[in-house]
Design a protein around this ligand. Structure first.
Ligand code: 26V
Length: 820
């Protein structure tokens, strides 16, 4: 573990209040009396930023002047969440802030709430990137996050009267944004289109258009490390502010057209998070940020040098490819080295293949990006040539290794023919030094299935790094009550930077006093969430029920449908009198999920959940003992409020489909118990917290495979419907219009899919899922037993800190460490 220096809490609350006053007056031009919560937020943020400035500049200097290799985390998404409270915590100013803001006549919570949450990511992959840059800074490792400052982040989700998802644009930059610093002087030119010509025996790219990539810098403060790294998000601008020729013809409006085209590139985050659409704009985005970042890194590490010795580049920085989205960086670095700096192919390849590493975040083969060669050729003709040459070299290398012809054909990076295309995952695997999956099971399945040919040919490249989450945001900030109790129990708050120290709580699981306090904290969190949900959503929730939560993107493989069918089944049993409503454990079921706007099945599931909520919550038969709430627009803020209030967490994906999951870690670390399948990181969580403290159900990967082999997805599911009356009753209720005011068409696609296809085997796992509910209920009826299990979940989940993930990356992949 890296040595942690004490936090700097350099100033008093009074001084901090003065700094806020100064910002209000001299930057914002408002008086203390006029200042709104939003004004105070901006002023406080600007003041905090100033406090970070020295450490930020020092970190950059030490990085450039020292010989510690840096990490460049290339990611199309960084789902950061609100910045102010995190920055205050990391700089040691939380208490001063609270006092100062109170003295200025404002409620600190309202000031914190005034920040608008940036949504520059879809889900797990984007949030992981944010946790990782927090941990890199906290460990003192020099690092850049490189990505895109989308003008519109992930859409805002609303529900219409029918319960359907409605997407509205998230124009987050319309609000004052005090964190990002735009740095026009460090812009990069990014070229597109045109052709490649032969000049003096050299291939020369003659692009037909270009945009200006302008960096917007965000400080990434480490917790108690005294280090502040940089998140550099690129925004696109036009070079041709005015096309003079057009302007002279006085067609004024046409003159600004190029600007519109250029600014489109960073306009919007794609909200699809599984099936790549192969859209030109998306490839433009990927190349845009990757090309700018590579040139930026060369500028940073070889300042002012016209002819830098780039053979040392892999000792300066290693780029981590966050999924396939930045993989175009591999041919781009080749092009830069060869065309811009004059290196020969072999030298360029040696540099490039030492510079990149690739993390895969999926198992669904359809989620691996494949670009049509035509599209790449039109947008990046020189890169297509380089990719073909990489492929030729690769094929030769494989043949020389004695790999058989068929296997080589399967492995091609570039596939010929009329549908010629480029497989980005294969390019990444060949073009980088290491490939990793994000949980042990996932990494194993990558080797055995998804990338088997590659693992056979290059076994040493493959490794695992199990995901993690930052304990600063997801424990300390989200759950201050539990954090204080942990600190009291351990006698130190050192767990916040060394999460394995939570192990020290294990003996306290047998201390009745502590367990009772722990249960009281959970209850207080539930009450706090009830208030929050009342304020934000107008919900009337009963805190004296089990809080049972399923929050994540809506995907068939994650199986929100399994959860809602179980709710429907219980509801049906209550209605039919089979189940006495007074005999069940009162439960409040929470869903939070966005669906990709074009994903019809997912959207139908959202509509079903909303209508089950409407029907069940309003039915006197359930007497408030079973309720369903679906707060819209699930985001980091909602996660931070709901996770600490949850008793039971749902991680019920079909085995072999969820690469890791990181929500599962956040819940376990906040004292929720998990009901889950043997999938992703669930496996490791269960191993660590103990099988007796985890509600396991459902098929294993092997059982899933066996069912596919028996043609389950071609009519096999129907047997489960016919043989399990609970399941039949639930599905019939969806089909008969109970949740659609009598209309039998509303959920036709869902019902049809369940009965004929059910690719993710919801029906096959339904029985096991219902059966485990008895165990869950009987455990919950013993509050001390439940709380004891929850304590053991927290105590044994320290491994799932993103600090540990980063230590693993440092050791297995990056081979670097903290700044001296
Ligand atoms: C995929 C794609 C596919 C192409 C179109 C645009 C797009 C945008 C985002 C994504 C990301 C989906 C992959 C993802 O989020 N994977 C999740 O990564 C988490 C962090 O490793 C992991 O915990 C989840 O299990 C995994 O689903």
């Amino acid at each position: 573990m890296t040595e942690i220096t004490a936090p700097k809490s350099p100033i008093s609350a009074e001084q901090f209040a003065d700094e806020i006053r100064e910002q209000l007056k001299y930057t914002q031009g408002v008086t203390e009396q006029q200042a709104t919560d939003a004004d105070v937020y901006v002023a406080a943020a600007s003041a905090v930023r100033r406090h970070l400035m020295d450490a930020w500049m020092q970190t950059q200097q030490d990085m450039i002047n020292g010989d510690t290799k840096a990490v460049g985390y290339l990611s199309a998404e960084f789902l950061m969440g609100k910045q102010l409270s995190n920055a205050l915590l990391n700089v040691g100013l939380t208490e001063q802030f609270e006092e100062a803001v109170k003295n200025l006549g404002h409620d600190p919570q309202n000031v914190i709430d005034a920040e608008y949450e940036p949504g520059l990511g879809n889900g797990g992959l984007g949030r992981l990137a944010a946790c990782f840059i927090d941990s890199l800074a906290s460990l003192g490792v020099p690092a850049f996050g490189y990505g895109i400052q989308y003008k519109y982040g992930i859409f805002k989700q609303e529900f219409d009267e029918e319960g359907k998802q409605v997407e509205t644009p998230d124009y987050w930059l319309e609000n004052e944004e005090p964190w990002g610093h735009i740095d026009y002087g460090r812009s990069q030119r990014v070229n597109f289109g045109g052709e490649v010509v032969e000049e003096n025996g050299k291939r020369v790219w003659k692009p037909s258009w270009a945009v200006r990539a302008v960096p917007v810098d965000y400080m990434v403060p480490g917790y108690k490390s005294g280090r502040v790294n940089t998140l550099r998000l690129w925004t696109s601008k036009s070079y041709d502010e005015f096309d003079l020729l057009t302007f002279n013809k006085s067609e004024y409006l046409d003159a600004v057209r190029p600007q519109v085209v250029a600014e489109n590139i960073s306009k919007i985050l794609y909200p699809e998070d599984s099936t790549p659409q192969g859209k030109a704009l998306r490839l433009e985005q990927q190349y845009f940020f990757v090309s700018a970042s590579i040139h930026d890194a060369i500028r940073v590490f070889y300042p002012g040098q016209d002819k830098p010795d780039l053979t040392t580049f892999p000792q300066k920085i290693n780029f981590q490819l966050n999924d396939t989205h930045p993989v175009i960086g591999i041919p781009e670095l080749m092009r830069v080295l060869i065309d811009e700096y004059g290196y020969d192919w072999d030298t360029a390849w040696s540099i490039t293949s030492k510079t990149f590493n690739y993390t895969c975040h999926t198992l669904l083969p359809e989620a691996l990006e494949v670009w049509s060669a035509d599209l790449i050729g039109a947008l990046l003709p020189r890169h297509l040539e380089i990719i073909k040459k990489i492929n030729d070299q690769f094929v030769k290398e494989l043949a020389a290794q004695g790999v058989d012809k068929k296997q080589i054909e399967r492995m091609r990076i570039y596939t010929d023919g009329k549908d010629a295309s480029v497989r980005m995952a294969y390019l990444a695997t060949y073009g980088g030094s290491h490939v990793n999956g994000v949980a042990e099971l996932h990494s194993q399945l990558l080797k055995d299935v998804t990338l088997k040919d590659f693992s056979d040919a290059y076994p040493d490249k493959f490794t695992n790094v199990t995901n993690g989450v930052t304990p600063r945001r997801f424990v300390r900030m989200a759950n201050p009550r539990m954090s204080d109790l942990i600190t009291e129990g351990l006698g130190t708050d050192a767990w916040m930077s060394d999460l394995e120290k939570l192990q020290g709580l294990v003996p306290l699981a047998d201390d009745a006093e502590f367990v009772k306090k722990f249960a009281e904290v959970k209850q207080a969190n539930k009450r706090a969430f009830v208030d929050f949900a009342k304020r934000k959503y107008g919900f009337e929730i009963n805190a004296d029920t089990m809080f049972n939560t399923m929050v994540k993107r809506l995907h068939e493989y994650k199986r929100q449908s399994l959860k809602i069918l179980a709710v429907i089944s219980t509801y049906a049993d209550i209605k039919s009198g089979k189940l006495d409503v007074d005999s069940i454990v009162p439960r409040t079921v929470f869903f939070g999920a966005k669906s990709a706007p074009g994903y019809a099945m997912a959207k139908e599931t959202i509509q079903l959940i909303n209508n089950v909520s409407r029907v069940v919550n309003n039915d006197p038969a359930t007497k408030g003992k079973l309720s369903v709430y679906f707060p819209w627009n699930y985001n980091i803020e909602l996660a931070e409020n709901l996770i600490p209030a949850t008793d039971l967490d749902e991680q019920i994906s079909q085995a072999g489909k969820e690469a890791s999951g990181t929500g599962n870690m956040k819940f376990a670390l906040n004292g929720a118990l998990t009901v889950g399948t043997l999938d992703g990181a669930n496996v490791e969580i269960r191993e660590r917290v103990g099988a007796e403290n985890f509600f396991l159900f459902g098929m294993t990967v092997d059982e899933v495979d066996a069912l596919y082999a028996a043609d389950y997805d071609h009519g096999g599911s129907r047997r489960y419907y016919e043989e399990d009356p609970r399941l039949k009753q639930a599905i019939d209720m969806v089909a008969d219009g109970t949740f659609s005011e009598g209309d039998k068409k509303t959920y036709e696609n869902l019902v049809n899919d369940w009965l004929t296809h059910d690719y993710f085997m919801t029906l096959a796992d339904f029985g096991a899922y219902m059966d485990i509910q008895d165990e869950i209920e009987s455990t919950y009826r013993d509050p001390m037993k439940w709380a004891r299990m929850a304590v053991l979940n927290v105590a044994n989940s320290g491994y799932f800190s993103s600090d540990r993930s980063i230590e693993d990356y440092l050791e297995r992949i990056w081979h670097t460490g903290p700044l001296a």
